[in-house]
Design a binder for this molecule. Structure first.
Ligand SMILES: [Fe+2]
Ligand SMILES: [Fe+2]
Length: 230
Protein backbone atom coordinates (compact mmCIF):
# COMPACT_ATOMS: atom_id res chain seq x y z
CA UNK A 1 0.00 0.00 0.00
CA UNK A 2 2.75 2.45 1.06
CA UNK A 3 4.85 1.37 -1.94
CA UNK A 4 1.99 2.03 -4.38
CA UNK A 5 1.42 5.45 -2.81
CA UNK A 6 5.13 6.25 -3.16
CA UNK A 7 5.10 5.06 -6.81
CA UNK A 8 2.08 7.28 -7.47
CA UNK A 9 3.79 10.23 -5.73
CA UNK A 10 6.95 9.80 -7.82
CA UNK A 11 4.90 9.46 -11.02
CA UNK A 12 3.07 12.70 -10.14
CA UNK A 13 6.35 14.52 -9.44
CA UNK A 14 8.03 13.37 -12.66
CA UNK A 15 5.12 13.78 -15.07
CA UNK A 16 3.18 16.72 -13.61
CA UNK A 17 5.41 18.82 -11.37
CA UNK A 18 8.58 18.36 -13.41
CA UNK A 19 6.82 19.15 -16.69
CA UNK A 20 8.16 22.60 -15.87
CA UNK A 21 11.96 22.73 -16.25
CA UNK A 22 12.13 25.51 -13.68
CA UNK A 23 10.50 23.33 -11.02
CA UNK A 24 12.70 20.40 -11.97
CA UNK A 25 15.80 22.58 -11.59
CA UNK A 26 14.51 23.74 -8.20
CA UNK A 27 14.20 20.10 -7.07
CA UNK A 28 17.78 19.40 -8.25
CA UNK A 29 18.92 22.42 -6.25
CA UNK A 30 17.22 20.86 -3.21
CA UNK A 31 19.01 17.54 -3.81
CA UNK A 32 22.32 19.39 -4.03
CA UNK A 33 21.64 21.08 -0.69
CA UNK A 34 20.72 17.77 0.98
CA UNK A 35 23.97 16.15 -0.21
CA UNK A 36 26.03 19.14 0.94
CA UNK A 37 24.21 19.01 4.27
CA UNK A 38 25.14 15.32 4.58
CA UNK A 39 28.82 16.22 4.15
CA UNK A 40 28.54 18.75 6.99
CA UNK A 41 26.98 16.15 9.33
CA UNK A 42 29.63 13.57 8.47
CA UNK A 43 32.38 16.07 9.26
CA UNK A 44 30.70 16.92 12.59
CA UNK A 45 30.62 13.19 13.43
CA UNK A 46 34.20 12.78 12.21
CA UNK A 47 35.44 15.25 14.83
CA UNK A 48 34.33 12.87 17.58
CA UNK A 49 35.87 9.70 16.10
CA UNK A 50 39.24 8.67 17.48
CA UNK A 51 39.77 5.35 15.66
CA UNK A 52 41.97 6.11 12.58
CA UNK A 53 40.34 3.45 10.40
CA UNK A 54 36.84 4.71 11.16
CA UNK A 55 37.98 8.29 10.55
CA UNK A 56 39.34 7.28 7.13
CA UNK A 57 36.08 5.47 6.26
CA UNK A 58 33.90 8.43 7.25
CA UNK A 59 36.18 10.86 5.42
CA UNK A 60 35.98 8.77 2.21
CA UNK A 61 32.21 8.59 2.64
CA UNK A 62 32.08 12.40 2.94
CA UNK A 63 34.08 12.74 -0.30
CA UNK A 64 31.48 10.63 -2.12
CA UNK A 65 28.66 12.78 -0.73
CA UNK A 66 30.59 15.86 -1.84
CA UNK A 67 30.87 14.39 -5.34
CA UNK A 68 27.05 13.88 -5.33
CA UNK A 69 26.55 17.54 -4.38
CA UNK A 70 28.83 18.54 -7.28
CA UNK A 71 27.03 16.19 -9.67
CA UNK A 72 23.68 17.78 -8.83
CA UNK A 73 25.21 21.26 -9.21
CA UNK A 74 26.46 20.23 -12.69
CA UNK A 75 23.05 18.76 -13.68
CA UNK A 76 21.30 21.91 -12.42
CA UNK A 77 23.13 23.87 -15.14
CA UNK A 78 21.69 21.51 -17.79
CA UNK A 79 18.12 22.34 -16.73
CA UNK A 80 18.49 26.01 -15.80
CA UNK A 81 20.18 29.08 -17.26
CA UNK A 82 20.47 30.63 -13.81
CA UNK A 83 23.56 30.54 -11.66
CA UNK A 84 22.86 28.02 -8.92
CA UNK A 85 22.73 29.64 -5.52
CA UNK A 86 22.89 27.10 -2.70
CA UNK A 87 19.58 26.52 -0.93
CA UNK A 88 20.32 27.49 2.64
CA UNK A 89 19.59 25.17 5.48
CA UNK A 90 20.01 25.96 9.12
CA UNK A 91 22.45 23.37 10.25
CA UNK A 92 22.14 21.88 13.68
CA UNK A 93 23.88 18.89 15.16
CA UNK A 94 21.70 15.82 14.87
CA UNK A 95 22.21 14.87 18.48
CA UNK A 96 23.50 16.13 21.76
CA UNK A 97 27.32 15.85 21.53
CA UNK A 98 27.31 13.95 24.82
CA UNK A 99 25.12 11.14 23.36
CA UNK A 100 26.95 7.99 22.20
CA UNK A 101 28.58 8.56 18.82
CA UNK A 102 26.86 5.60 17.16
CA UNK A 103 23.49 7.30 17.72
CA UNK A 104 24.59 10.18 15.47
CA UNK A 105 25.41 7.64 12.78
CA UNK A 106 21.96 6.04 13.19
CA UNK A 107 20.57 9.33 11.80
CA UNK A 108 23.05 9.15 8.93
CA UNK A 109 22.05 5.53 8.23
CA UNK A 110 18.33 6.40 8.01
CA UNK A 111 19.20 9.32 5.71
CA UNK A 112 21.14 6.94 3.45
CA UNK A 113 18.24 4.47 3.29
CA UNK A 114 15.76 7.22 2.42
CA UNK A 115 18.04 8.84 -0.18
CA UNK A 116 18.70 5.48 -1.88
CA UNK A 117 14.98 4.69 -2.06
CA UNK A 118 13.98 8.12 -3.33
CA UNK A 119 16.75 8.40 -5.94
CA UNK A 120 16.16 4.83 -7.15
CA UNK A 121 12.44 5.48 -7.66
CA UNK A 122 13.15 8.73 -9.49
CA UNK A 123 15.76 7.02 -11.65
CA UNK A 124 13.21 4.35 -12.63
CA UNK A 125 10.52 6.87 -13.55
CA UNK A 126 12.57 9.50 -15.38
CA UNK A 127 13.05 9.49 -19.16
CA UNK A 128 16.59 9.48 -20.60
CA UNK A 129 18.46 12.63 -19.73
CA UNK A 130 21.21 14.22 -17.65
CA UNK A 131 19.37 13.84 -14.34
CA UNK A 132 18.58 10.16 -14.93
CA UNK A 133 22.23 9.44 -15.79
CA UNK A 134 23.46 11.26 -12.68
CA UNK A 135 20.96 9.47 -10.47
CA UNK A 136 22.11 6.09 -11.82
CA UNK A 137 25.66 6.85 -10.67
CA UNK A 138 24.54 8.29 -7.34
CA UNK A 139 22.23 5.36 -6.49
CA UNK A 140 25.15 2.94 -7.01
CA UNK A 141 27.11 4.86 -4.33
CA UNK A 142 24.16 5.30 -1.96
CA UNK A 143 23.48 1.56 -2.00
CA UNK A 144 26.94 0.92 -0.56
CA UNK A 145 26.48 3.69 2.04
CA UNK A 146 23.51 1.85 3.59
CA UNK A 147 25.70 -1.19 4.38
CA UNK A 148 28.66 1.00 5.26
CA UNK A 149 26.78 2.99 7.92
CA UNK A 150 25.19 -0.20 9.29
CA UNK A 151 28.64 -1.78 9.81
CA UNK A 152 29.97 1.49 11.19
CA UNK A 153 27.30 1.55 13.90
CA UNK A 154 28.15 -1.99 14.95
CA UNK A 155 31.88 -1.17 14.93
CA UNK A 156 31.16 1.82 17.18
CA UNK A 157 29.71 -0.46 19.83
CA UNK A 158 25.99 -0.80 19.06
CA UNK A 159 24.47 -4.28 19.17
CA UNK A 160 22.21 -5.39 16.32
CA UNK A 161 19.22 -5.05 18.67
CA UNK A 162 20.23 -1.51 19.73
CA UNK A 163 20.81 -0.63 16.07
CA UNK A 164 17.29 -1.72 15.08
CA UNK A 165 15.69 0.06 18.07
CA UNK A 166 17.56 3.32 17.34
CA UNK A 167 16.72 3.22 13.62
CA UNK A 168 13.05 2.75 14.56
CA UNK A 169 13.27 5.67 17.03
CA UNK A 170 14.87 7.91 14.37
CA UNK A 171 12.19 6.93 11.84
CA UNK A 172 9.40 7.76 14.30
CA UNK A 173 11.05 11.10 15.15
CA UNK A 174 11.30 11.95 11.43
CA UNK A 175 7.67 10.93 10.86
CA UNK A 176 6.62 13.15 13.76
CA UNK A 177 8.56 16.10 12.27
CA UNK A 178 6.95 15.49 8.86
CA UNK A 179 3.52 15.35 10.53
CA UNK A 180 4.17 18.64 12.35
CA UNK A 181 5.36 20.32 9.14
CA UNK A 182 2.34 19.10 7.13
CA UNK A 183 0.03 20.07 10.04
CA UNK A 184 1.44 23.60 9.96
CA UNK A 185 0.89 23.77 6.19
CA UNK A 186 -2.74 22.62 6.61
CA UNK A 187 -3.32 25.23 9.36
CA UNK A 188 -1.84 27.93 7.08
CA UNK A 189 -4.13 26.93 4.21
CA UNK A 190 -7.24 26.79 6.47
CA UNK A 191 -6.39 30.20 7.97
CA UNK A 192 -5.98 31.75 4.48
CA UNK A 193 -9.30 30.29 3.31
CA UNK A 194 -11.09 31.48 6.49
CA UNK A 195 -9.66 35.00 6.08
CA UNK A 196 -10.64 35.12 2.39
CA UNK A 197 -14.21 34.06 3.27
CA UNK A 198 -14.36 36.67 6.07
CA UNK A 199 -13.19 39.44 3.68
CA UNK A 200 -15.68 38.30 1.04
CA UNK A 201 -18.62 38.34 3.48
CA UNK A 202 -17.56 41.72 4.92
CA UNK A 203 -17.15 43.03 1.39
CA UNK A 204 -20.69 41.96 0.46
CA UNK A 205 -22.12 43.84 3.46
CA UNK A 206 -19.93 46.92 3.20
CA UNK A 207 -19.73 47.43 -0.56
CA UNK A 208 -23.11 49.16 -0.92
CA UNK A 209 -22.73 51.63 2.01
CA UNK A 210 -19.20 52.43 0.78
CA UNK A 211 -20.48 53.08 -2.75
CA UNK A 212 -23.21 55.41 -1.39
CA UNK A 213 -20.68 57.36 0.63
CA UNK A 214 -18.46 57.79 -2.38
CA UNK A 215 -21.39 59.21 -4.35
CA UNK A 216 -22.60 61.44 -1.50
CA UNK A 217 -21.74 65.11 -2.03
CA UNK A 218 -22.21 65.95 1.62
CA UNK A 219 -19.09 66.14 3.79
CA UNK A 220 -19.97 64.00 6.74
CA UNK A 221 -16.67 64.31 8.48
CA UNK A 222 -15.34 67.72 9.37
CA UNK A 223 -11.79 67.92 10.64
CA UNK A 224 -11.50 71.71 10.46
CA UNK A 225 -12.21 72.12 14.16
CA UNK A 226 -9.25 72.16 16.52
CA UNK A 227 -9.27 69.12 18.74
CA UNK A 228 -9.06 69.59 22.45
CA UNK A 229 -6.83 67.19 24.29
CA UNK A 230 -8.30 68.17 27.65
FE1 LIG B 1 24.73 11.05 -1.44
FE1 LIG C 1 25.09 8.56 0.82
Amino acid sequence: MLKSLETLRIWFIVTVIWSSRRRMAEAIRGFQATEADGVWHLHRGLQRITDPKQRATVFTHSLEEESHAEEFARVYRVYSDRVMTPATYEREDLLDPTAPLWKTFAFVHVGEEDATERFRNLHRSLPEGALREALGRIVADEDTHVDLTHHMLLAMGATEKEFRAEVLRVRLARLWQTWLRSGKRVVDVVASVALSVAYLVLGLFLAEPARQRLHSRVVEFDNNQLKSLG
